[in-house]
Design a protein. Structure first.
Length: 539
């Protein structure tokens, strides 16, 4: 999971170092990939940006956003949001540097598991002037715009990626402090909860002319439609419970305004919402089991929605038992993941997987830091398996991975891949011994790869006559009856890699070949019948 913290920063020279230290302590305990996006423009004139830049090596979570010429506080917020969205953040927390308790950030992040939005509500103020402006601003927002949150001007809130995506489509009309109220108006129909906090900031910097402009903006917003949060269509039992959960969430949101002193009401509604969620999850679990069964057999031992999938179960002529596939996968992991990562760093890399199956190995690379993934698979069922496996496990944001169903022996799939940015890394596992033209496939892969290629394949020491596949009826068969296969010679692979300027590394493990796979000698890495060759671009 990726969590982004967005903070427009002005002249904060006296407080920024304490803020960064507090933020560092908080993010260290979040147990997720987190980044801070401080946003600067020309209004920052006291050297705060220089202080932050000097601390980047100490705090590697800093991603500075410098927008140059000042265009108003709203543009600063939106630039920070866009940077967080582009990074792939799934949860986004907005917090102003002054007066907001950084230690509450984990509570905001946790609440986003239940609600699309979490608003910070100031219960106490150090500044009476700020309290006056906030209370009257919120009252006007309640009356004119019908907003329900208790604090309509707070600069401490959190959103899910879905909500932020909709907000970024809006053309904000406020340029000053009214931005916070405008943002909340656009989210008027989105369920939310609140977290109270004590604001320790100084007197508000809001000027008289800005107050007049804020009131004008308030009435202009009445003619603009809020965002339309994803509607729940009641078509199945699961949807009924999801809709009930959403309705309770809305009721909970409204209770925050009218029943704020009565915490018993909040607790009761949260309990009711939890019961609704539990019922929905139970039905989803049953639907998942049915979906897994319809997509059987699985080649890899995956876990989906808490269900451990037994590989090979429900297949015919699969050639392996479920336990054999588990042991085979565990053994290959030591080569295709452990030893590979000793030689290649996946952090921030784009991955292409040729013959991806359900994207099992791609998921392992995502766990190691890969930022995007495309799996190419010729069998539709395995593309569907991959989509299910990745959706439930959230290896990457949905916009950062894709399964493409296509024949790697045909031009159209390579035209699509060629139109994209070259991939940092490509995996070609278990494909070479299923085709005839090894050199042609390797060159096609290398034309769309810029850093490294891993070829995992069976090899032979001498050429055998090419032949049609004998068993093409098994559940894991990758070929058609007319396909010709030719198991490659080792040098045929290494020669092509060297021609393209790659140095070759033979990946291995010291663990013995699994005893229950002794009859599967074609896959024995120890004897050299199968190899994993990592080609790394020279220079």
């Amino acid at each position: 999971m990726k969590v982004a913290i967005v903070s427009p920063v002005g002249n904060e020279r006296n407080s920024i170092e304490d803020f960064m230290q507090e933020l560092s302590d908080v993010l260290a305990n979040l147990e997720c990939d987190s980044r801070w996006f401080p946003v600067f423009d020309s209004c920052c004139e006291d050297g705060t940006i220089d202080i932050v830049k000097s601390k980047v090596s100490r705090y590697p979570f800093i991603n500075i956003v410098d927008i140059g010429k000042a265009q108003g506080i709203s543009q600063a917020y939106l630039s920070g949001f866009q940077a967080a969205f582009d990074w792939g953040a799934e949860k986004i927390v907005e917090i102003d540097v002054g007066g907001h308790p950084v230690q509450l950030i984990p509570d905001f992040v946790s609440k986003l598991d239940k609600f699309p939005i979490v608003y910070g509500a100031r219960s106490k103020y150090i500044s009476i002037h700020r309290r006056f402006l906030s209370k009257w601003g919120s009252l006007l927002s309640h009356m004119v715009l019908g907003l329900l949150m208790s604090d309509c001007t707070s600069g401490f809130e959190a959103f899910t990626r879905v909500v932020l995506e909709e907000l970024l489509k809006k053309d904000f009309i406020a340029h000053g402090h009214m931005f916070q109220t405008e943002l909340k108006y656009y989210c008027k129909n989105v369920p939310f909860t609140e977290i109270e906090f004590v604001h320790s900031g100084s007197k508000s910097s809001l000027k008289k002319n800005e107050i007049t402009e804020a009131i004008k903006t308030l009435f202009k917003l009445r003619n603009i439609d809020p965002i339309r949060y994803h509607e729940v269509k009641i078509t199945t039992t699961v949807d009924i419970y999801k809709n009930l959960s959403l309705s309770i969430s809305n009721l909970l949101s409204r209770s925050a305004l009218f029943y704020r002193p009565r915490r018993e009401m909040i607790i009761f509604l949260e309990s009711l919402m939890n019961l609704s969620d539990m019922k929905a999850q139970k039905i989803v679990l049953e639907d998942t089991k049915n979906k897994l069964k319809s997509l059987s057999p699985w080649f890899y031992p995956v876990v989906i929605n808490g269900i451990e999938v037994q590989p090979a179960e429900g297949g015919k002529n699969v050639g392996f038992s479920g336990d054999q596939l588990k042991h085979r996968t565990a053994y290959r992991r030591k080569i295709l993941v452990d030893d590979l990562c000793n030689n290649y760093d996946f952090t921030g890399k784009s991955v292409l997987d040729i013959g991806s199956n359900c994207g099992y190995w791609g998921a392992e690379y995502a766990k190691k830091g890969a930022s995007s993934y495309i799996g190419v698979e010729g069998r539709k069922k395995y593309c569907e398996q991959g989509e299910l496996y990745w959706e439930f496990n959230n290896f990457l944001p949905t916009s950062h991975y894709q399964f493409m169903c296509g024949d790697i022996l045909k031009e159209d799939i390579w035209n699509k891949l060629g139109s994209m940015e070259p991939f940092d890394f490509c995996l070609c596992a278990g494909m070479m011994y299923h085709i005839f033209e090894h050199e042609k496939l390797l060159k096609r892969i290398l034309n769309v790869t810029k850093e490294a290629l891993l070829v995992d394949t069976r090899v032979v020491t001498r050429r055998k006559k090419e032949t049609g596949r004998k068993d093409i009826s098994g559940s894991f068969a990758a070929l058609t009856p007319s396909s010709l296969i030719k198991i490659p010679l080792l040098h045929e692979i290494t020669d092509v890699l060297e021609q393209y300027g790659y140095r070759n590394v033979l990946l291995k493990t010291d663990d013995p070949f699994p005893s229950d796979l002794i009859g599967k000698e074609k896959d024995n890495y120890e004897k050299g019948n199968r190899v994993a060759i990592l080609g790394i671009k020279n220079g």
